[in-house]
Design a protein. Structure first.
Length: 319
């Protein structure tokens, strides 16, 4: 008995809305297929000839999100992905639904962000990464999706920022100040911070230290004169939880915490300070003084004190 589907078929969401609709011919998708969001908005359109064709998906009430050739319900061939602004985000080969071959990624300003090859879905061989202004940011070899061999990382002016010697994502990492003095000295295991890390001021004095396990570690920071300055946890290159800030006499000045913010690319920070009179708050500049009588202070995209704040590239190993 022949159980292969023929004619028009319609599929539904659990609550009854149309999910997709199109024709089969001898069990293979044929002619035009339409896909829908749950409220009926067009999600994607595909055109098939006996199971092979092209598929184009759209942002909700927006432009093209992705497009490429398909066969037997999986991607095969050159696929393109887009930002919701319409600019190209990524382009490369997919085989049986998995990335294979050369891929390029782009910033929203159309400049190249990275390029390299995949083998069975994992990065392989030489990869190059770029800043949005086109200057190289890092370069090195990948092996089965992990960084391998000698990696170079650059500042936006093109000068060397850091270097790493890795074997399958594991090895040493060193970062430098603009005066070429050592800034960070650490170890990476499977592309995550691991073991003991030291951070230095540009005169060589210790700025901080941390001990990591799979990318998470307790950080202790110091004033340039050696006194305790701050304590907190770094996880995958970001501050997590509450960070304590100290005066040079060892007393607690206040606490710092990153909070989620309902915006596309912003963070909110807060400083909770002691209400004791005459406690000086550490500040970045004279026009950013916060009253010590405020129990909670919120700010966006900057911190108004001068302790060491590891940037994502610094505390993560920048690879």
């Amino acid at each position: 008995m022949n159980h292969k589907r023929d004619s028009l078929w319609t599929y539904y969401y659990e609550l009854g809305e149309v999910l997709k609709q199109g024709e089969y011919c001898k069990g293979l998708q044929h002619k035009q297929w339409n896909y829908f969001y749950e409220d009926g908005e067009c999600k994607a359109v595909a055109s098939y000839d006996n199971g092979a064709g092209t598929y184009t998906e759209y942002f909700y009430k927006g432009g093209v999100k992705m497009s490429g050739p398909v066969s037997k319900n999986v991607s095969n061939g050159i696929w393109s992905y887009y930002y919701d602004t319409g600019t190209l985000k990524a382009k490369g080969y997919e085989v049986d639904g998995v990335k294979n071959g050369r891929w390029e990624y782009y910033y929203e300003n159309d400049s190249l962000a990275s390029r390299g090859n995949y083998v069975h879905g994992a990065k392989e061989g030489q990869w190059h990464f770029y800043f949005a202004n086109g200057v190289p940011s890092s370069e090195g070899l990948m092996s089965e999706g992990l960084r391998d061999g000698y990696w170079k990382l650059y500042n936006e002016n093109g000068s060397l920022k850091a270097e790493a010697n890795l074997l399958n994502g594991t090895g040493s990492y060193k970062e430098y100040h603009d005066n070429n003095k050592l800034k960070i000295d650490g170890f990476i295991k499977e592309d995550k911070n691991h073991g003991h890390w030291d951070y230095f001021y540009d005169d060589g004095t210790l700025e901080g230290k941390a001990d990591f396990e799979e990318g998470e570690g307790d950080y202790v920071g110091y004033y340039q004169s050696g006194e305790l300055k701050m304590k907190g946890v770094i996880k995958d290159g970001e501050h997590v939880g509450t960070w304590a800030l100290f005066d040079k006499d060892g007393s607690v000045i206040g606490y710092y915490e990153l909070l989620p913010f309902n915006s596309k690319s912003e963070e909110v920070s807060k400083i909770e300070v002691s209400t004791t009179d005459n406690i000086p708050l550490p500040v970045l500049s004279s026009d950013s003084i916060v009253s010590h009588k405020m129990p909670l202070y919120k700010m966006r995209n900057k911190v108004r004190y001068n302790p060491f704040v590891p940037k994502s590239g610094e505390s993560k190993g920048v690879i």
